[in-house]
Design a protein around this ligand. Structure first.
Ligand SMILES: [Zn+2]
Length: 156
């Protein structure tokens, strides 16, 4: 039996998950009754593949910008340090399928991104490492995510 840890993902068996997926990783209610939910948005199969740094960075910019057009109450979208996916934290009680459908719409937009169009926030004022971006990798992984999720029957 695994030892109990403070960090939820340390209790997740990364060898049995099947990426891509959306997984409810936590739900908390604050002292005033607000509900906050956190999702594990996985792109690559853990310990087999990982996102290149430029690609995960560009995905972060595009997803963080456009997920807010698809759902209210987004608190945060951040890359995982292992570079296999992102955490999405939102207000309210949301289902994995609802989040997957909304992310599919965002990532379909990313996959079809016009190379001539600037990615939001890519300049030295708005970004902390603005030269470390890779739009081609972001588009490739966005497309793989959308196709993988569609195969699971979680279409937008
Ligand atoms: Zn940045």
């Amino acid at each position: 039996m695994k030892e109990s840890r403070n960090v939820e993902s340390f209790s997740l068996d990364h060898t049995t998950v099947k990426a891509p997926y959306v997984r409810l990783a936590g739900k908390k209610s604050g002292p005033k009754g607000d509900i906050v939910t956190k999702f594990d948005v996985r792109f690559t199969q853990p310990n087999l593949e990982f996102l290149p740094t430029g690609g995960i960075h560009t995905l972060e910019h595009l997803m963080a910008e456009y997920i807010r057009d698809e759902m209210d109450g987004v608190i945060d979208l951040s890359p995982m340090g292992c570079r296999t996916g992102f955490y999405l934290t939102v207000f309210g009680d949301r289902s994995e399928q609802d989040v997957a459908a909304r992310l599919s719409r965002v990532l379909a937009k990313v996959a079809a991104w016009d190379d001539a169009e600037a990615v939001p926030g890519v300049d030295p004022v708005m970004c902390g490492n603005w030269k470390d971006h890779d739009l081609a990798a972001a588009k490739y992984w966005a497309n793989r995510w959308v196709e993988g999720i569609a195969k699971k029957g979680w279409q937008a």
